[in-house]
Design a protein around this ligand. Structure first.
Ligand SMILES: [Zn+2]
Length: 340
């Protein structure tokens, strides 16, 4: 994923006022994520089963142990097979959508979107998605000699899938009345690296989701709404209301941030609009498969708008924090289980 450059500047400038104006943090509910004491004053009663952050952490680690999951590599194939087997283990009907996708540098990728379907006969559907491939280049790494090497992508790739595998495990244990489709999109992160000076015009990120949005796994598929998880595992992550999410799925964005706040995760889900990010939810929104919200970690402290680990070799398991996985996973679960 990448920031839409037009918006990055305004995001950084506006963001400097952020801490002074958290309208979600009213006086009766000043809840911090580490405080047991303050959580006891909450009046909201959680409906969803308890999301297990240890489990999500393990699922993230298991992906990272394959090494970089770069399309056309043996590690990518092996991790894909692992994801298929986990979804099947957790009771999903699994569809593997294979496609040959062309990159900005003319490489043909053997790509695979992995789709886990729950309650296939139910008309009302919610789409949950994340990308499972990892970036072939560490083009933001401080060490210039390492920039052409692929990243481990513990957070960028691994964390979103890790959280959704835990959701899948939960759905196998507690039935739900609505239909749920979990999609692990491939080939999200092969966008042109910024060290290349010959810019190739085109939409080179999100190749797997672009393909699926044009060729859904079920003809004329439409979901009620969708949630994308991207970089949802870093310690002290901050999730702003992403620009396209507000544009295409305003009500859903508000609901998710409200639920997070009610559950006590307002320090992660910042009640403020963020920048526009080109990510898998853009083709899903624009081709009307589902009005979709991107829960993605953005930062005001970096020049590129993301966490310092982004597209570097630092994006390993040391970045991943169970508290963040829990905040995101429990919020998603609560959204699902409060949906009628
Ligand atoms: Zn990325």
């Amino acid at each position: 994923m990448i920031y839409n450059k037009v918006f990055i500047l305004s995001f950084i400038v506006v963001g400097t006022l952020l801490l002074a104006s958290c309208s979600a943090c009213n006086s009766s509910k000043t809840i911090t994520k580490d405080s047991q004491e303050s959580s006891t004053i909450m009046s909201y009663t959680q409906i969803s089963p308890e999301f297990d952050a240890d489990s999500a952490f393990l699922f993230t680690k298991q992906q990272v142990e394959f090494g970089p999951r770069v399309p056309n590599s043996a590690a990518h194939k092996a991790c894909g097979d692992f994801l298929v087997s986990k979804l099947k283990q957790y009771g999903a009907e699994v569809i593997e959508q294979k496609a040959t996708l062309k990159t900005y540098d003319g490489i043909s990728l053997d790509a695979r979107n992995i789709i886990g379907v729950y309650n296939p006969d139910t008309e009302k559907r919610i789409l949950l998605f994340a990308h499972w491939d990892t970036r072939p280049f560490a083009d933001q790494d401080k060490d210039k000699t390492m920039r052409t090497q692929p990243i481990l992508g513990a957070n960028d790739g691994g964390s979103g899938v890790g959280v959704l595998l835990e959701v899948a495990r939960q759905l196998n244990e507690t039935s739900i009345d609505i239909g749920i489709d979990i999609i692990f999109f491939d080939a999200e992160d092969w966008g042109q690296p910024n060290y290349e000076t010959n810019y190739v015009q085109g939409d080179w990120y999100c190749l797997g989701s672009q393909f699926w949005a044009e060729n859904p796994h079920i003809p004329n598929y439409r979901a009620n709404f969708g949630i994308l998880l991207d970089m949802v595992g870093a310690k002290d992550a901050t999730f702003y209301k992403e620009g396209y999410s507000v544009q295409y799925a305003s009500n859903r964005t508000e609901k998710i941030w409200d639920v997070a706040s009610q559950l006590g995760y307002g320090s992660f889900f910042i009640n403020k609009k963020g920048g526009y990010i080109t990510d898998d939810h853009v083709p899903v929104n624009q081709l009307h498969r589902a009005p979709s919200v991107n829960i993605i970690h953005t930062s005001e402290d970096s020049s590129h708008g993301f966490g310092e680990f982004w597209h570097t070799h630092n994006d390993d398991m040391s970045v991943i924090d169970r508290s963040t996985l829990k905040a995101v996973g429990q919020t998603v679960m609560e959204v699902l289980f409060t949906e009628k």
